[in-house]
Design a protein around this ligand. Structure first.
Ligand code: COA
Ligand code: MG
Length: 302
């Protein structure tokens, strides 16, 4: 089955040439070169140059779509983001991740600036997409549904993060004693998922911060896929194969999807059938066809 959208999204700090060199061998479907929280203020200018050089060096991958190249710029409120874009847009990134996004107006502000740089750099209008982090302040987290209706043609997906918000609200824990997200984060995670699907864009689950905990990352990635996310963020190369594996359909899922499609093909005109004693109807058929790549998955392809 061909992959139509990135599953694993690996952050790499833009001030680390060494880590950037490793990007291709990590197997990440998308790299997010980070100019924001993983780069100290004094290192921003150098990081912008390193990011641009890396984007340039990997430009030819645009045609093969092997590894998408994204950049996380600094938040609108910092005032750094315009210089970030000015430095990196010559490298023709596939998209821009916008942290601490506070709603559609900020997306449109950044989109307008991106448009200017596309013109200047000879890129097709709309080439560079936008992926906002929608949950990083309390106010932002309460307005996630505002992304559903607003006009934002560059919007590629929605993703969320727990770190900044927990600092913003003074939460000393993000998970409960059983290891589940606390209410605040479950609320945000569900809204991100639903708003993304309501808009027909990617829904990308947040990262598993403890990168030494491979078992926890596997559980998180399986939960992400099981809940309907289309991909997941990563911070360490060890997490990438775990995420890729969790999002790949299993043999059993493929076999079941084939059986569902075959059952409806054998009963043309039937709206509902049974398969091994279970009812199957049109939503099952739709999901089976999507899994087998017979029809587009319910999100926009890359
Ligand atoms: N991308 C590419 N390579 C990475 C990497 C990443 N995100 N994180 C680690 N590596 C490399 C390291 O350079 C190291 O390479 P080496 O074996 O040749 O020395 C190897 O993987 C093992 O790394 P490890 O020693 O386990 O971790 P570390 O102490 O070097 O790095 C972090 C730990 C958290 C600093 C690092 O994983 C990182 O920078 N992650 C991304 C942080 C980020 O972008 N945050 C913003 C989003 S929240
Ligand atoms: Mg942050």
């Amino acid at each position: 089955m061909t992959r139509t959208h990135p599953r694993s999204w690996l952050f790499i700090p833009a001030d680390s040439e060494k880590k950037l060199m490793k990007a291709p061998e990590t197997g990440a479907h998308a790299i997010i070169v980070d100019l924001e929280d993983s780069v100290a203020f004094a290192a921003k200018a150098g990081a912008r140059r390193t990011a641009r050089d890396w984007l340039e060096a990997h430009k030819r991958q645009i045609t093969t779509r092997k590894q998408a190249r994204w950049v996380r710029i600094n938040a609108v409120e910092t005032g750094l983001w315009r210089d970030d874009l000015a430095a990196i847009m010559a490298g023709a990134p596939d998209g821009i991740m916008l942290p601490k996004a506070e709603g559609p107006e900020q997306i449109r502000l950044v989109a307008a600036e991106i448009y200017e740089h596309e013109q200047r750099n000879g890129l097709p209008n709309g080439h560079v997409r936008i992926l906002p982090l929608v949950s990083e302040t309390a106010r932002a987290a309460l307005t996630i549904t505002s992304y559903v209706e607003a006009s934002m043609p560059r919007l590629a997906g929605l993703t969320w993060g727990a770190e900044d918000l927990s600092a913003a609200i003074g939460a000393s824990r993000k998970r409960d004693a059983a290891g589940q997200w606390t209410d605040t984060f479950r609320f945000i995670r569900a809204q991100t998922l639903l708003a993304a699907h309501a808009r027909d864009v990617w829904a990308i689950d947040t990262l598993h911060a403890d990168f030494r905990d491979e078992e926890g990352c596997r559980r998180a990635a399986e939960a992400a896929r099981g809940d309907g996310f289309t991909g997941m963020l990563a911070i360490h190369p060890v997490q990438v194969p775990i995420i890729n594996a969790a999002f790949a359909p299993t043999e059993a899922e493929l076999a079941e999807a084939e059986a569902i499609v075959a059952a409806f093909a054998a009963n043309p005109g039937a709206g509902t059938l049974q398969l091994d004693g279970r009812m199957i109807d049109q939503p099952h058929l739709k999901q089976a066809r999507a899994l087998l790549g017979i029809e587009a998955a319910p999100v926009r392809p890359l």
